[in-house]
Design a protein around this ligand. Structure first.
Ligand code: P1T
Length: 399
């Protein structure tokens, strides 16, 4: 870490060069007046000014709030970026990136993305005369071929939701930059503990804080991080103008979550690795999408750009829709629910849940079949998780 980065994470010069240390300390030093270890929830919509236009750093909570600043600085530090912006949801953060564009602009999008992202792009922004080309972003030639003179943004997830495909961030950044476009990477599945896209050439990192960063399924939030001051200023203009900002209690909850991100991600990754290996050998399972498996087509790229493979995986069953619906309904330790990244394990059926907004033909083209089941592997005991899945598979499919 350079001296500059060192100063960025802690102006007082405490030793904070390790990710785990920054997860706990970046963004907040104990309150000089009271010694409060945690940032207070500054439940104040407005702030006293000493004279008109002379504030003490804060004027109005949509524009800025001290609890939010603590979170924004913490997230920027974890992503290795200079500027963080927090939002009321992941979708609000993604929307803010699109606010950078003008009608007539073109966006190249990795085909396998969260269903809500697909919906925002195609059902909201196409009406504002933005054009989107969805391509297999694991295929560099396809990304290159989709670029036009109007392309201003390339949008990818890696690992992707729900197929766990791995996109080579550095290679796609080169393609985007060759075409004078920005690269935005949704880093929700990996988290900055496992992958820092700015270091691989991305211009903007997006997050749903609702997931691993919050970590406890008790808050909805989003974030953007960048290293570019002009870009940050434009994102900040939209953040304040549109006003989809998080309340200070939401910021407090996410900050509580980020402190334990490294230990949680280690355990998520370990449990997912073990479940993936077990499922890969299971007779009822046709395929397992987990980048930690040697057989995963993106394994080598994932090993190079990630520090571990994370807690998400998806499983392909060769079974009827009804049988698969039984499997996901029968688990007891895994809860049937959308979302991911909390301490508890969740199971869901992308085709009818998280990706139902994607038209059926496009889902099929992407590979989101009716037999696909997604797991957010939590921190429970591995034997309980395995037994639970085995029982549910037997109930739905047999074997
Ligand atoms: O739900 P929200 O905080 O608005 O975040 C949206 C979002 C953005 N990016 C990715 C990669 C996501 O997975 C999500 C939300 N995803 C789910 C709710 C889900 O179950 O996949």
């Amino acid at each position: 870490m350079t001296d500059d980065e060192f100063e960025r994470v802690n102006e007082d010069g405490a030793s904070v060069d390790d990710f785990a240390t920054r997860a706990i300390h970046a963004g907040w030093d104990p309150d000089p007046e009271t010694g409060a270890i945690m940032p207070p929830v500054y439940a104040s919509s407005t702030f006293a000014q000493d004279a008109p236009g002379e504030d003490r750093g804060y004027e109005y909570s949509r524009t800025g709030n001290p609890t939010r600043t603590a979170l924004e600085d913490n997230l920027a530090s974890l992503e290795g970026g200079e500027y963080g912006r927090a939002f009321a949801s992941g979708m609000a953060a993604i929307n803010t990136v699109l606010n950078l564009l003008e009608s007539g602009d073109h966006v190249v999008v990795g085909r396998d993305v969260y269903g809500g992202t697909h919906r925002l792009f195609t059902q909201v922004y196409e009406d504002y005369d933005l054009e989107f080309s969805f391509v297999d972003a694991t295929d560099l030639k396809a990304v290159e071929a989709a670029m036009t003179s109007a392309t201003e943004l390339v949008w990818i997830e890696t690992p992707t939701n729900p197929l766990m495909q791995i996109v080579d961030i550095e290679a796609v950044a080169d393609v985007a930059h060759d075409g004078d476009a920005l690269l935005a990477v949704d880093n929700t599945f990996a988290t900055p503990y496992l992958q820092r896209p700015l270091a691989h050439g991305a211009d903007i990192v997006a997050h749903s804080l609702t997931k691993y960063l919050g970590g406890h399924s008790d808050v909805v939030g989003g974030a953007l991080v960048t290293d570019d001051p002009d870009l940050d200023e434009r994102l900040g203009f939209s953040q304040n103008s549109v006003g989809a900002t998080p309340d200070p209690f939401a910021c407090f909850l996410v900050l509580r979550g980020t402190k334990t991100l490294p230990v949680r991600m280690d355990r998520h990754s370990e449990n997912a690795r073990r479940l993936a290996a077990w499922l890969d050998d299971h007779p009822a399972v046709e395929g397992v999408h987990y980048p930690g498996l040697d057989s995963h087509p993106g394994h080598d790229i994932a090993a190079a750009q990630m520090d571990d493979f994370g807690g998400m995986l998806s499983v392909e069953f060769d079974a009827t829709l009804e049988a698969v619906r039984t499997v996901v309904s029968e688990t007891e330790v895994f809860t049937l629910a959308e979302s991911l990244g909390g301490v508890e394990s969740l199971i869901e059926h992308p085709a009818t849940m998280t990706h139902a907004a994607v038209p059926a033909a496009e889902r099929r083209e992407t590979g989101i079949t009716d037999g696909l089941v997604r797991l957010s592997v939590g921190l429970e005991g591995i034997d309980d998780l395995r037994t639970d899945l085995q029982r549910a598979i037997e109930a739905g499919i047999g074997g």
